[in-house]
Design a protein around this ligand. Structure first.
Ligand code: FES
Length: 143
């Protein structure tokens, strides 16, 4: 007899997330793990731990004050991953000032919809991005 539990398949996962209040785009980002990873030669790297205890590290390729590429790693929920994917997409091609101006609300707007209690996950991503840019500026602009 097979007593091993099979993990929920993708369809069940999509249904679950959809019922919880995630948009289709947020679910796709989460499942695709869009922009999850490391940039080995990143100009900016910093981590941030949110009040929920989850954390995110953002990697940025920066040239002439513009974000050329962005990736992230996270320990967190589906909302954290969807937000990290959204933010790293949104930030590409933006100046550092523009990138720093992105808010959690902008991230949620890009995603379309997130469950109410998960809005702080978007803020976790934004705070991690800001930390990363702040660190870069400290190292490069205040010498
Ligand atoms: Fe912590 Fe979503 S619950 S980032």
């Amino acid at each position: 007899m097979d007593t091993e539990q099979t993990p929920p398949d993708e369809k069940a996962m999509v249904e679950l997330l959809s019922k919880a209040g995630y948009s289709e785009r947020a679910i796709n980002y989460y499942l695709e793990k869009l922009n999850v990873g490391i940039i080995e030669d990143a100009e900016a790297v910093e981590s941030y731990k949110g009040l929920c205890g989850d954390s995110m590290r953002i990697y940025l390729k920066i040239a002439e004050g513009v974000v050329r590429d962005a990736k992230f790693q996270a320990i967190g929920c589906a909302g954290a991953f969807a937000s990290g994917s959204a933010l790293t997409e949104m930030v590409k091609g933006k100046s550092l000032e523009e990138a720093q101006g992105i808010t959690g609300e902008d991230v949620v707007e890009h995603l379309g919809k997130m469950p109410g209690p998960k809005l702080h996950c978007a803020r976790l991503a934004v705070d991690a991005l800001r930390k990363s840019i702040e660190k870069y500026r400290k190292e490069h602009e205040e010498q």
